[in-house]
Design a protein. Structure first.
Length: 77
């Protein structure tokens, strides 16, 4: 979630930032327990095209209804 105004950072909430970069991404719709397959698919897609990832990756979580979705992003070298 992007905030448009500052908020207090408490507990497990920490400030972070994403790099300005070229990425490979996919959206997984379904249970979180199946995210591993989606990660492998992105990496396989990259390898098949000769793209190299830097090791920096992140997930963006969407609403849980009607099904949870997760955007998986890998930074490309």
């Amino acid at each position: 979630m992007e905030l448009t105004v500052p908020c207090p950072l408490t507990g497990r909430v920490v400030a972070s930032g994403l790099p300005a970069a070229r990425i490979a991404t996919t959206v997984h719709i379904g249970p979180y327990g199946e995210l591993g397959a989606a990660h492998r698919d992105v990496l396989s897609w990259c390898a098949a095209r000769g793209l190299v990832t830097t090791g920096t990756r992140w997930e963006i979580y969407g609403p849980h209804e009607p099904e949870p979705w997760t955007e998986i992003c890998y930074e490309l070298a």
